[in-house]
Design a protein around this ligand. Sequence first.
Ligand code: 5AD
Ligand code: SF4
Length: 470
Amino acid sequence: MSQRTYFIKTFGCQMNEHDSERAAGVLEMMGYRKAADADSAGLVLFNTCAIRENADNKLYGQLSQLKPLKLADPSKTIVVGGCLAQKDQDVLAAKAPYVDVVYGTHNMGRLPQLLAQADSASLPVIEILEHTEMFPSALPARRDVPHHAWVSISIGCDNTCAFCIVPALRGPEKSRKMGDIVAEVRALVADGVIEVTLLGQNVNSYGRDLVRDGLVPSVEGQRRNRTLFAELLHLLGEIDGLQRVRFTSPHPKDFTTDVFEAMRDIPNVCEQLHLPLQSGSDRILKLMQRSYRSRRFLDLVVEARETIPGLAISTDIIVGFPGETEDDFEGTLTVTEQAAFDSAFTFKYSKRPGTSAVDLDGHIDTTTMDERFMRLSTVTNRLSAQSHQRQAGTVQEVLFEGPSKTDPSRISGRTRQNRLVHVDATSVTVPATMHAVEITRAADHYLLGRVTDQPAGPAVPTPVVQPVAG
Ligand code: 5AD
Ligand code: SF4
């Protein structure tokens, strides 16, 4: 290989961001250096996503763009890893035979060996395993942002949500030992990290498998009767220098009061909660095999907002799940209004072969899907704009990350509630620093402000709406 440089293109979720940082760490350990873009890199790695069909299309589009470069320079190495590789290894090799290495969700640590094999192979080297050999967290990382780290606390998922391909690709839930997580976070803090985001498909069932397998005493035997996830938050709360702890994603069905109390009581745990609703119709939730119902969901929202001052709640919602009627969809709009989400990720249902929803009756046509998506987006955009407007005039603690992606005259950061804030770039010259910012203007998806000497105060909470009987 002439140039030992690499470029990683990440699709999909935060778990993939985390995995890409590990893949970068492995490549740097092998002597590779980061290139500015895919065209100039000696090795291009696509870390793929399979959650919705448009992620597939994007990958194949980008791969075909690289094809002429690969044909012109056969020493260019193309690697495809992650969820879509796990799902579609054969399709991939057939559609893009010029790819050098394909690996799945369980074997990123084998990248050096697979690259070595590819050096002397004429066909793509494909290795897909059914089970994880080691947690990616055990691999070295090259973090994109020096002050922030993703920390995986569990991998896989034991749920069977009918629309979701993740359990088939990432396997059953496997939790990392608490001592290993705490040790990793301590080492990260010693290395300059001040904010961590704990990652898992279902973070609040963390440790259930450890208890089942006898690797920790029963949850009841834990200190102060806490679930293991709440216990983990408390342990991270004791780490000096760790200023912000976030986590994603919890499952509404596994929420326990001790986690809300931990979020209230532990100063470094941020007032931010991602609580995926998916649908506001009980009939659709049942078809989705999500075991909570809308009333329980709204009760959780009320409990969370009443327990944690200044909390911001985000969510995921799918429109157009098979069988969704206009009534069902209106149920989603009603619950969305009542939950008053501070922000929302909204999706059109996407058929994923290998999931049980594919076999349901009543798949929704694209016109209805598009129309419902627009109606839902109108509501969620309004709610997030209102949530932002409430912050105008407050002074909040902002952790700055770097120049704004769209306007280099601004520098961007996040409040504890994870709201994006831009200020004039001349006022914050050192990234990764925390400043008090007076919020001067609110847009739908960001806030504008100015750095101030006044002390930061709390965010303005979203008013609690008591759920109506139903
Ligand atoms: N179609 C549309 N959205 C999906 N999600 C998961 N699977 C699908 C699918 N087949 C959404 C869910 C999940 C988020 C990460 O992606 O809302 O919470
Ligand atoms: Fe998918 Fe449901 Fe597991 Fe989330 S909880 S990863 S949506 S199966």
